[in-house]
Design a binder for this molecule. Structure first.
Ligand SMILES: [Zn+2]
Length: 237
């Protein structure tokens, strides 16, 4: 049986002498894996379709549980990501997030559009990579059920100013009075940066960096998994 799916290559591992097993995030079936043959040989026709970030319409041959790529027509390679190390790591963090946290074999149009739009804006948009990364992470965490409560208002109704606490177990921000003892104190500028980015306001670079670091801390604490690309990006910020 043949199957035609639109998808983005998240990554792959070598298989045998010249094949790869790819992870592909598809619109129609969620994250799937598929074998692609001969792509490590020089001049392989489908080599482009085995590279991370390749967004294509794939044709698979399906036998039982196994899919093999037999054709692909490129929709976008998000080429500008390869010309800028910061964008490249930000894009890598997006792919890694999808691979780790989006469900296998379960389609989600919302998650797919979030991913495609984030990669498009990262490649061709005017906003910087930190804005795109923060936006993607906040929205995707919500999509997988790990929402952060990005709000200026504390549960007590006051505006959170001055001493600010973040509870990584619930993703909520608190004022000093309401902090339940488990929240970690953060710089108020970090919350302001998250709010500012989500509202499309200009935010100082330094504070966007704080926001990315907070998101990394939250993802690691909440999921007990580390996103390697995000860690690598933070090292060079
Ligand atoms: Zn409060």
């Amino acid at each position: 049986m043949e199957e035609k799916l639109s998808g983005i290559v998240l990554g792959g591992v070598s298989f045998g002498e010249s094949d790869k097993i790819l992870n592909v995030f598809t619109l129609e079936k969620g994250v799937i894996s598929a074998r692609i043959k001969g792509v490590k040989k020089a001049g392989a026709k489908l080599k482009f379709a085995s590279e991370p970030f390749c967004f294509a319409e794939f044709i698979f041959s399906v036998k039982g549980e196994m899919r093999t790529v037999i054709g692909a027509s490129l929709i976008d390679s998000f080429y500008p990501l390869r010309e800028d190390v910061f964008k490249y790591f930000a894009g890598g963090a997006i792919l890694e997030f999808v691979r780790r946290f989006y469900r296998e074999n379960i389609a989600s149009e919302e998650e797919f559009l979030l991913t495609v739009n984030a990669l498009k804006r990262l490649s061709y948009g005017d906003d910087d990579y930190l804005v795109e990364l923060i936006t993607f992470l906040v929205k995707s965490l919500r999509a997988i059920g790990y929402s952060l409560t990005v709000s200026k208002k504390c549960i007590c109704g006051c505006d959170i100013e001055g001493k600010t606490f973040f509870d990584y177990k619930t993703g909520a921000f608190f004022c000093e009075k309401c902090n339940n003892g488990v929240g970690r104190e953060i710089n108020n500028a970090t919350l302001k940066a998250l709010l500012g980015v989500m509202n499309g306001e200009n935010v100082e670079r330094e504070n966007k960096v704080r926001a990315v670091k907070l998101l990394e801390y939250y993802i690691t604490s909440r999921t007990e998994e580390k996103l390697k690309s995000l860690e690598e990006l933070i090292k060079i910020l």
